[in-house]
Design a protein around this ligand. Structure first.
Ligand code: UD1
Ligand code: MG
Length: 475
């Protein structure tokens, strides 16, 4: 893709976002699985501009921490005296770039292609400014475009300053512009804070340019959703909805079957292989990567995990920060967490929790089990109700179980402890010492059968009952 080395992009991200009623700065609120400003920066990076400058103010350090790792420069605007003031603060950083693209940090749906088209239109039209706009059924909350006719713009009128007849204007200012810097600076110098907030509005530079006889163009975006800003919680929900739609569409284009797509949520970095089926009400979060021909069944949440091919996640599982190799089956109702590694063909059943454990090839733990800090070999069977007692109140300890081991049901393995290859553990054991290979470890009270005890007991109890029964009948 072509570079735009004569363009500096400025992202305005200093505002508080009063209308969100939040202690978190607006541009740090998330939609579509990322902070708003991160979406904007990512769209800009692919434009390959000379530089990307983020104007920060409110919660400056937190905003900077999101944007700088993506290669942006930071300019501090303190106090925040309006969008025009933000531009002026960044003037030195913009330096000798011939063009400045300005974007609000709160409109995250903008795509790289749209920015490239804006720059192209501006250059071709030899304009002083080119504005991206949208025609909305409900334009409330936005500044409106006052056209001169044709392609050109007379002014942007902020909502609070609309006259009675201007109320009908439904073409909105997205706050995304391309300026020719040599024309912008003198115009901006003439803008006065003539509004109730006493702010310098960048929008007022448009009417100044127009009055000077400069060309101001407007381009109606092909997809008006890209222009949407987030001023309220409802705006955030709307934008999030669009991101989720786009992600699901992308996954389906890549050959993924999604049932009842509107109930499925996938974060932007999620990758899913061909012919995988995602059932309703599934969430795929973080950097999750799922192979081909898997089935993730209803109600499951997979977070930052890697799944191989043909993995089956039965309903209502939670899988986080773990790796499931091909042909693994988990659930229903399994919890696989924190650095767990299930090797090929492992089978984890219902109400089983795993934490920081490695489970070998073809090993099974099918029912009601907790395995924490455990290393288990291949073709081992972990009986129902097995528990690794990995915590002594101060430290976590490992449990090591070999290949082809059989752990009987309801065993407690008190770590640190090892069970060798081919060993058996008797059901109900509390194992506190290592079990050598091919041995039987059994650690429970011995069973004693007392012959005739039960019938004798019954006779005694019946005799004691009798007098009371008779006395009742007589009455
Ligand atoms: C702005 C536009 C409006 C447009 C709308 C599109 C102005 C005066 N109005 O209104 O025409 O329809 O965006 O969403 O420009 N910011 C700063 N420093 C400041 C003030 C704001 O960096 O001093 C940043 C904010 O953090 C935000 C962006 O600029 O990311 C826009 O500010 P916001 O307060 O949301 O402006 P709107 O009222 O939405
Ligand atoms: Mg806004």
């Amino acid at each position: 893709m072509a570079k735009n080395s004569d363009v500096a992009i400025l992202i305005l991200a200093a505002g508080k976002g009063t209308r969100l009623k939040s202690s978190l700065a607006k541009v740090l609120h998330a939609a579509g699985g990322r902070p708003l400003v991160e979406h904007v920066v990512l769209a800009c990076v692919a434009v390959k501009p000379k530089k990307i400058i983020v104007v920060v103010g409110h919660q400056a350090e937190k905003v900077q921490a999101v944007t700088e790792p993506l290669g942006t420069e930071t300019v501090l605007q303190q106090p925040q005296n309006g969008t025009g003031h933000a531009m002026l603060v960044a003037k030195r950083a913009i330096g000798n770039a011939k063009y400045a693209v300005v974007l609000p940090g709160d409109a995250p749906l903008i795509r790289t292609e749209t920015l490239r088209a804006l720059i192209q239109k501006h250059k071709n039209g030899k304009a002083a400014a080119t504005i991206l706009t949208a025609v909305l059924a409900d334009p409330s909350g936005y500044g409106r475009i006052l056209r001169k006719g044709g392609d050109t713009v007379a002014a942007i009128i902020e909502e609070s300053q609309l006259t009675a007849e201007q109320q009908e204007l439904n073409e909105i200012n997205s706050s995304m512009y391309c300026f020719t810097t040599a024309k912008l600076w003198p115009a901006l110098a003439q803008v006065k804070p003539n509004n109730k907030h006493r702010e310098i509005y960048l929008t007022d530079a448009i009417s100044v340019l127009n009055a000077k006889g400069e060309a101001v163009l407007a381009e109606i975006a092909t997809d008006s959703r890209e222009m949407l800003g987030c001023n309220t919680r409802a705006d955030l929900a709307g934008v999030d909805h669009t991101f989720r739609d786009w992600k699901r569409e992308a996954l389906m284009r890549d050959g993924v079957t999604i049932q009842l797509p509107e109930t499925v949520l996938a974060d932007p970095d999620v990758i899913v292989g061909e012919d995988t089926i995602i059932e309703p009400c599934v969430q795929l979060l973080g950097k999750t990567k799922i192979g081909a021909r898997c089935i993730v069944k209803t109600g499951s949440v997979v977070h930052d995990s890697m799944l191989g091919d043909e993995v089956i996640v039965e309903p209502h599982c939670v899988v986080s920060a773990s790796r499931l190799e091909s042909d693994v089956v988990v659930g229903p109702f399994a919890r696989i967490r924190m650095e767990t590694h299930l090797k090929s063909g492992a089978r984890i059943g219902n109400f089983v929790e795993l934490k920081k454990s490695v489970v070998g090839e073809g090993t099974k733990a099918m029912h009601l089990t907790y395995l924490g800090d455990a290393r288990i070999g291949s073709k081992t069977n972990i009986g129902a109700g097995t528990i690794t007692c990995n915590y002594d109140g101060f430290h976590k300890h490992p449990t090591t179980i070999g290949n082809k081991v059989f752990i009987g049901s309801d065993s407690a393995l008190v770590a640190p402890v090892k069970v060798g290859d081919g060993a058996y553990v008797g059901a109900g054991s509390t194992i506190t010492e290592n079990v050598p290979a091919d041995s039987l470890g059994i650690a429970r009270g011995r069973q004693v059968n007392k012959k005739g005890w039960a019938s004798k007991k019954r006779r005694e109890l019946a005799a004691a009952e009798k007098p009371t029964k008779h006395s009742k009948k007589r009455r």
